[in-house]
Design a protein around this ligand. Structure first.
Ligand SMILES: [Zn+2]
Ligand SMILES: [Zn+2]
Length: 146
């Protein structure tokens, strides 16, 4: 009984996010998973930052609330892409083969109850980035990273 109640409450955990201008908004009806930060040169450019900050979502738990018509996609030849706001430039999510794959943590509102659990491709980080002590880091991809 209690377990059933808890699982109902858990399924109602909702995370929202939006771009810088606020026109595009989404919600995730469920938990974010596998928060990670990738320091490779491609992620640095894609995120205009020292690294990515990204967590996975379940496709069926993700939904756009507003502004979806402003979304622009950039898809690489491997089928992986990013979607961003054509008005303000915020990168909101990653897609794989046309479906939502994960969201950028920078656009999440409030506390999504997920942490960056690993830093990957630290071996190719920018020369100007100083890694904080004590974080889990890998020179390349993490084992069983997806
Ligand atoms: Zn925007
Ligand atoms: Zn990367």
């Amino acid at each position: 009984m209690l377990n059933a109640l808890l699982s109902i409450m858990e399924s109602e955990v909702s995370t929202t996010g939006e771009c810088f201008c606020g026109e595009i908004r989404y919600q995730v009806q469920g938990k974010l998973r596998d928060g990670r930060s990738c320091h490779c040169s491609r992620c640095r450019k894609a995120f205009s930052s020292q690294a990515s900050a990204y967590a996975l979502v379940e496709r069926r738990e993700f939904e756009w609330i507003s502004g979806q018509d402003l979304l622009t996609s950039y898809v690489s030849k491997h089928g992986f892409g990013l979607q961003f706001c054509s008005k303000c430039g915020s990168t909101l999510c990653g897609i794989f083969n046309g479906f939502i794959h994960g969201i950028t943590l920078g656009c999440v509102n409030g506390d999504p109850e997920v942490e960056i659990g690993k830093h990957i491709y630290v071996g190719s980080k920018a020369s100007w980035e100083v890694m904080p002590e004590g974080v889990v880091q890998y020179n390349e991809g993490a084992p069983e990273s997806d």
